[in-house]
Design a protein. Sequence first.
Length: 251
Amino acid sequence: MQKSLSSNPNLSNTTLFISDLHLCASRPVITAAFIAFLQDTASKAHALYILGDLFEYWAGDDDIDDAFHQQIITALKKASDSGLKIFFMHGNRDFLIADGFCQLTGITLIDDPTLIDLYGNKALLSHGDDLCTDDVAYQQFRTQVRDKKWQAEFLSQPLQARKKQVEAIRARSMQEKTQKSLEIMDVNTDAVDAMLRKYQPDLLIHGHTHRPHRHSIELGGRFISRWVLGDWYEQGSCLVCDEFGCKNMPL
Ligand code: LP5
Ligand code: MN
């Protein structure tokens, strides 16, 4: 049986990576699991990277007064105040998280992609949606909503009106996904190769596709690991890395 992360006593020299939690008020069990994870597990680690889609969706930093959001903000703030370094990268659900949220929680926003030094190895971090280039409808949508001018106009509308639009897009996205094949919604191997050639990492870590796995890619005569993180729909999932390597673990 695979060992769970909560039973791992020594995490002091580890770096943790999670993504795709999709936290929302209607999923209290996974919310409680995340809060317990911050308090009991991540707090023992060297650093925590959240690689996007922490929330089911984020309609703007003016939504911080929401009781559910307050619960998550308080837990993140407590963890960062206790000394845990928390880094956050935007996902396709929460790319509107901005400075206000970061200041309240003490987390550091990082770009997609970002290169880090991981125990002497160059690790390239990404949410992963950018690599799904076969999903043309999604990429067009992405280009539109990642445009700063579009975002400014969107954010100028009242919060409730924005939430209504997000719900409509969610419904459309869920409907359209039923028509898309698993291949279309996976990363495109040429896009992955291009990213690896550009950044020359030793390993790539990303989420979004919800298909946790370690892929080995040969590029220019060497092997690069592509680690895919798991989602938190059924249970929490975390990539634990130390000087000896990485391991995908359930909570
Ligand atoms: O998230 P997931 O894994 O379920 O699906 C994604 C892609 N879908 C999305 C949409 C999000 O789920 C919901 C939106 C989040 C809101 C963020 C807030 C700010 C934006 C506000 C917008 C009003 O990302 C899905 C991919 C899938 O990953 C796999 O990669 O397939 O993509 C889609 O389904 C997108 C559709 O194919 C195209 C939707 C076109 C919508 C066009 C309307 C544009 C006008 C918007 C202005 C109101
Ligand atoms: Mn995603």
